[in-house]
Design a protein around this ligand. Structure first.
Ligand SMILES: N[C@@H](CCC(=O)N[C@@H](CS)C(=O)NCC(=O)O)C(=O)O
Length: 224
């Protein structure tokens, strides 16, 4: 089995974390996003969407981090994706919430436009409006995570057991650290992220990402 990804990738880090935590035999293939390798052959033909991650399980190719996490959990019978109907529905619910509501405003509205030149809007006004919109939306969705998903003393997004939603969620929430978010307004979320960072593989999986966080320290950004 091969995982095509990049160590910095928001969508790749949750998959790499799950693989590392469970010691799943999987070769990591670097797709050098910084050099545009995802737009070139041979990768462009493997994934017409030209994004990472991509899992190749003996010729069965799968994109979308959420689908890859679920596939691995089913294949290796991992407890992070419960089989009971309603428990599984809760995990799916949280993953969809994170991947749509939260990621859209937090990642694509607030964080990425401040970091990546190709996310810059055409005019300064349009750019500022995008960031303001993303910031407001992100605050709303982070509040839901903090008060609802992680309210009532819950340790993880779907209760007291870690699930795939925590893997996906910690990959996406942590991108706020690239623009200096410390999540002090969201104490349950902050504690949960700290809990995820205690996983034995977090540091090794996220080393490149944490390097980028350190490199942005002290810079001015709009944050939540
Ligand atoms: N919905 C996809 C998103 C994948 C994605 O956004 N990948 C980014 C890296 S985190 C990428 O490949 N970006 C390349 C580009 O934007 O050109 C998933 O969850 O797998």
């Amino acid at each position: 089995m091969k995982l095509y990804s990049h160590p910095f990738s928001t969508a790749g880090r949750p998959v790499r974390l799950l693989i590392a935590e469970h010691g799943i035999a999987c070769e990591e293939v670097l797709v050098d996003l910084m050099q545009g390798a995802h737009h070139q052959e041979p990768y462009a033909s493997l994934n017409p969407g030209k994004m990472v991650p991509l899992l190749d399980d003996d010729g069965f190719r799968l994109t979308e981090s959420s689908a890859i996490l679920k596939y691995l959990a089913d294949k290796y019978d991992l407890p992070e994706y419960p089989k009971a109907l309603q428990a599984r529905a809760r995990v799916n619910e949280a993953m969809d919430f994170i991947n749509t509501q939260l990621y859209r405003d937090f990642g694509y509205g607030l964080v990425y436009p401040q970091l990546f030149p190709h996310h810059r809007r055409r005019t300064d006004e349009a750019h500022a409006a995008c960031i303001e919109w993303g910031q407001k939306g992100a605050q709303r969705w982070l509040r839901v995570l903090n008060d609802h998903y992680l309210g009532g003393g819950r340790q993880y997004l779907c209760g007291d057991q870690i699930s795939l939603a925590d893997y996906l969620g910690s990959g996406i929430v942590s991108i706020g650290e690239l623009v200096g978010c410390d999540f002090s307004d969201y104490p349950n979320l902050r504690a949960w992220l700290g809990r995820m960072k205690q996983l034995k593989s977090w540091a090794s999986v996220n080393a490149v990402f944490e390097g980028a966080v350190a490199g942005n320290k002290g810079k001015e950004f709009a944050r939540v």
